[in-house]
Ligand binder design. Structure first.
Ligand code: B3K
Ligand code: ZN
Length: 880
């Protein structure tokens, strides 16, 4: 716990480590009342360091030091200093062996960092700075060492003992104990260390690599989850093949292991050879997981696997470079998901997240560049900016270079830096060197925070046949950064003629063979582009496939948007046109009387969509989703959430009422015959059906209610069951809602992943998730304050998704959240700092709301003993 004000760490202070560690020899004695960790390090002075007389300083956190020995001789108390967060040994030779013994208490570790217990098993989480909670060590990613790990524990309670690399020795010990020793031949930073000990079942498979090596694939789960491993295992094999084919990356160890644990702060962790997953991000069966969960699991398994090269073989020099591995790996996993399913749909999903949540972060008090210049608590920087914007930055390099040059660049990057800890600049340099392109201005994407705005205007000269497009870029000020320079932006576009046909984009007149799509490169504050040979005023299709993470301001007419919705050959922009039209319609109704007219052309456009069986049904399913409340808020200054909620709801109800017949037809048409499959087509069918059902129940339609109840009873999979349950929960049919929820709980109460879904469907519903309901959920026997998934599925879902209930004008939602943040700050500061996010956006809301949000934040600020995690977020949010 913090005793003084947290310090800010600056990138500009980076120094190479004074000491290097060649090998780490660990011995863990695991007991019920704690664990003893014996660590033997081979250390030497770093020849590249100019601090020739520096004392040895090792990081530590919450450790009880038992002994220190230098070259085998125990040190006396005066020879070293235990400062709690540091172990300092003043005088050490050039090269030496240091043995440190520490005592830790995994059973009391509620922060879930370092070594802790979850459902009776021991497991670890070391990224970013958890290894220092296990033993004293230079806990920084540029210290890479070879690890050997011996684990000793009671054999009955912990028959499975795992760590990184290969198991090289095992045997029996006295008192019913046993041991296994693991050796990892690849030098790695300590954040990639992992240990697991438990009573787990093993699922095995093999993968034959491109060079013909057989890799032993193993999943370890609690016995009750034995039947939920197939999907993750299949996803793993697909990822391994894909990384060979698309990036030329072969797996390097002989074993690859995945472990599922219930209590985990985030999704999963890419520890070398031993990936540890949050159960909800790896376990799936038809009966218990929705299509969304199946897709998420495939993506996360791939993401963690891809880290073996982008993250582990080539790692980060320091934590400011986090996006080096995260941005690149998210880019890789999204390419993979696009290849496995529909590229357009995947793009729509990524952009939805980016525009809703990352843009909000970029415009808020925690706004930071993809490569931040400073932080207080690194755990707070596992952000959408590092991950999603970081991935967009890599994607832009891919767009600028083209796939072949990009592959040359990634090959060079992996070859040049294999086994090293490097910077985002090294990544860009490899891309430059391989392609011959100058990316110096492009590097600003890593340094400047904030979402660039492109203000676009156009004019058409019928006499000369010239269509002129002017694009002006600006980047808003963000905390600590003003007067930003123009960035290098790839801008993809097309033009459509009045007949809906794509026009050749002639940058010079007479070039009739010109392509119909171009990527323009913006480098100046203002550009004007002229397109020749245009016969009549075209409709521009701007920023196709969202070629850069920017906001586009262009004065679209509703006619233009309707036109693009049905003619744009770019599926992404078709969808985007529909979103923009819906946003425009909803925004025009905010604050309007209840009986205000609703744009009839929107209704007709949706009618056409629902009945269009020729169009890709997965795209139709996406196009039918109205923009979320969160996105509408993101687009609004001085947001009045209940008013936005009412406007959106009234559009939804109006559409549902007007299209009732079409919705019922659509529902019947998308009925699944045949067995359950998780293919893009089947997923689209289920999504369309469940959307139709949700809409019908929004207007409390009796026929819809009948369909929902029978779907709930007949469903053979969780997507349909959850679709029906959600529709009933969000309807006004109170008795059915209660009955459906109770029945569902009775059936699935033994399954934590399903109970999490049951919590969140209520907590995110304005019908079932008012504050009084939320308080009841917190008292429910299945709720557990020590389990991050449960906290996220109740408190997180309420504050993040049930926006009208959270933003009650009386401020009760804010007070509630502040209470929960204060409560969690003591037990799990990382989760507390995440939960506080909705309050940090207080400046976006209308004064009556923002004043109350601010005072809730001030109350958190004034809590005594505030963790560094929450301190940083709250103080930055309140800063002038
Ligand atoms: N690298 C981990 C995230 C670790 C978060 C530490 N607070 C998972 C991932 O991005 O793959
Ligand atoms: Zn990652």
């Amino acid at each position: 716990m913090r005793t003084s004000q947290p310090q800010t760490i600056y990138l500009s202070d980076y120094k190479v480590p004074a000491y290097l560690v060649d090998t780490v020899d660990l011995r863990f004695e695991l007991f019920e009342d704690g664990a003893r960790v014996h660590s033997t390090l081979e250390l030497r002075r770093n020849p590249e360091s100019d601090e020739t007389a520096a004392p040895l300083e090792l990081d530590g956190d919450s450790l009880t030091l038992e002994s220190v020995a230098l070259n085998g001789a125990e040190l006396a108390a005066g020879d070293y200093e235990d400062r709690g967060d540091q172990l300092v040994v003043r005088s050490v030779p050039e090269q030496f062996t240091l043995t440190v013994v520490t005592w830790i208490e995994p059973q009391n570790n509620t922060r879930l960092e370092g070594l802790y217990k979850s459902s009776g098993m021991f497991c670890t989480q070391c990224e970013a700075e958890g290894f220092r909670c296990i033993t004293f060590f230079p806990d920084r990613p540029d210290v890479m060492a070879r690890f050997r790990t011996r684990i000793e524990a009671n054999k009955d309670a912990y028959p499975v003992l795992l760590s990184n690399g290969n198991d090289v020795e095992k045997g029996e010990l006295e008192n019913g104990r046993h041991f296994v020793t693991w050796e990892d031949p690849f030098p790695k930073p300590c954040y990639l260390f992992a240990l697991v000990a438990g009573d787990l079942v093993e699922k095995r498979d093999t993968f034959s690599t491109c060079s013909g090596r057989d890799i032993d694939l193993r999943m370890y789960v609690e016995p009750r989850n034995a039947e939920k491993c197939d999907h993750a295992m299949d996803s793993l094999k697909r990822s391994m093949r894909w990384d060979e084919e698309v990036y030329g990356r072969e797996y390097d160890l002989d074993i690859f292991m995945i472990v599922a644990v219930d209590d985990f702060n985030m999704g999963a962790m890419e520890n070398k050879g031993l990936n540890i997953f949050n159960s909800s991000c790896v376990l799936a069966s038809q009966e218990t997981a929705t299509d969304l969960a199946f897709q998420r699991i495939e993506a996360i398994v791939a993401h963690e696997y891809f880290h073996n090269w982008s993250g582990n073989r080539v790692t980060c020099r320091d934590w400011f470079q986090l996006s080096l591995k995260e941005g690149f790996t998210v880019f890789r996993d999204s390419q993979f998901s696009a290849d496995m399913g529909s590229p357009t749909v995947k793009r729509i999903e990524d952009v939805t997240l980016l525009r809703t949540a990352q843009f909000a972060e970029d415009g808020g008090p925690m706004s930071h560049p993809v490569r931040p210049a400073s932080y207080m608590e690194i755990s707070n920087f596992y952000t959408l900016t590092i991950y999603e914007k970081g991935a967009e930055v890599v994607r832009m390099i891919h767009t600028l270079l083209g796939p072949d040059m990009f592959r040359k660049g990634s090959d060079l990057y992996f070859k040049r830096h294999d086994g090293q800890a490097v910077t985002t600049d090294d990544f860009v340099k490899a891309m430059e060197d391989a392609s011959g392109r100058d990316l110096s201005q492009f590097r600003l994407w890593y340094e400047q925070a904030g979402t660039p705005v492109l203000a676009i205007s156009d004019d058409f000269d019928a006499e000369t046949g010239v269509y002129r497009l002017t694009i002006e870029q600006s980047i808003p000020d963000t905390p600590g950064q003003t007067n930003k320079k123009p960035q290098h932006i790839p801008f993809a576009l097309g033009l459509l003629g009045q007949d809906g046909q794509p026009l050749p984009l002639q940058l010079e007149s007479g070039d009739s063979g010109a392509p119909t799509e171009r990527v323009l490169e913006l480098t100046e504050a203002v550009h004007t582009f002229e397109f020749h040979g245009v016969e009549s005023r075209p409709v521009p299709s701007l920023l196709r496939h969202f070629s850069a993470p920017v906001r586009v301001r262009y004065n679209w007419s509703r006619e233009q948007l309707l036109f693009l919705m049905s003619h744009d050959p770019d599926g992404f922009n078709r969808w985007d046109a529909g979103q923009r039209l819906a946003v425009d319609v909803i925004q025009s109704l905010v604050g309007a009387p209840d009986d205000a007219d609703i744009e009839p052309r929107l209704v007709e456009a949706y009618r056409k969509l629902i009945s269009d069986t020729d169009l890709d049904q997965a795209l139709v399913a996406k196009m039918l989703q109205l923009p979320s409340e969160a996105y509408l808020i993101e687009l609004t200054e001085n947001a009045d959430v209940p008013a936005i909620h009412r406007a959106r709801d009234s559009v939804l109800r109006h559409l549902a009422g007007a299209l009732k017949g079409e919705l019922i037809d659509c529902y019947q048409r998308q009925q699944d015959s045949g067995p359950y499959e998780v293919t893009p087509e089947a997923i689209a069918r289920r999504s369309l059906r469940n959307t139709a059902l949700a809409w019908l129940l929004m207007i409390d339609d009796e026929e819809g209610r009948g369909l929902a109840v029978s779907q709930l009873n007949a469903a053979d999979n969780m997507t349909d069951r959850m679709g029906a349950l959600r529709a009933l929960v969000n309807s006004g049919f109170e008795a059915d809602r209660r009955q459906a929820l109770d029945h569902f709980y009775d059936r699935f109460q033994e399954d934590p992943q399903v109970v999490e879904q049951w919590f969140s469907v209520q907590a995110s519903s304005d019908q079932a998730g008012q504050l009084a309901d939320i308080r009841k959920l917190l008292e429910h026997p299945a709720f557990d304050w020590k389990n991050p998934n449960k906290i996220r599925s109740v408190v997180g879902a309420f504050a993040g998704q049930n926006l009208a209930a959270f933003h009650k004008p009386d401020g009760s939602g804010y007070e509630f959240l502040a209470d929960q943040v204060c409560r969690l700050d003591d037990s799990n500061p990382q989760i507390a700092a995440r939960l506080v996010t909705p309050l940090t956006r207080w400046r976006k809301f209308a004064p009556a709301y923002s004043a109350q949000m601010k005072s809730a934040l001030e109350r958190i600020r004034d809590k005594s003993g505030l963790s560094r995690d929450v301190y940083e977020v709250v103080h930055k949010s309140l800063a002038e």
